[in-house]
Design a protein. Sequence first.
Length: 214
Amino acid sequence: MRLVLPRLYVILDAALITSPERDCAASLAEAGVRLLQYRNKSASGRQYLESSRALAEALRPQGVSFFVNDRPDVAFLVGASGVHVGQDDLDVEQARRVVGNDKLVGVSTHNLEQFRQAAASSADYIAVGPVFNTSTKSNPDPVVGVDFIRKVRSLTDKPIVAIGGITLDRAAATIEAGADSVAVISGILSAPNSAQRAREYIKTLEATKHAAAV
């Protein structure tokens, strides 16, 4: 059975969260967000574990899928839904051996070769980007654009997650190009009211027609 992801995938980047992490996650869940990933590049291993566990425990009763960024060991220990790895982390198969076969593994890709490798792996979904210019990474990969999504859509039936600079007015275009979901960081976390902005994304995305996969 093909994995179906919610249209909106919110990444909780600790560097952008101004309220307590659990409060921020809870408000987003109440707003209808059903897929969240926790990212904290500056935390120690112990801090990352404790924060991830607190978020997993808060989100699990609300039926929210919770992913840990980079660290399959942390994802396993806190009982997360899965782990998301990048090109510099453990590869998909290594991550799966750590997190277990009953968890989901997502992977970031930035070019056609990486996408093909991900499509041939056991990855449950493939993220592509940055689709647009993004300010949430200090050294981002080159922008791929929505045309890249159209190009790779025919290469897999795995869900594709678009990421990078996806503002509210750009969200529909990524779904129309063939993405199953859009990952948003600053577009929501930097908004005056993150929960309200999440609702706006959800409304826009759910009204958008999706290009068919293979």
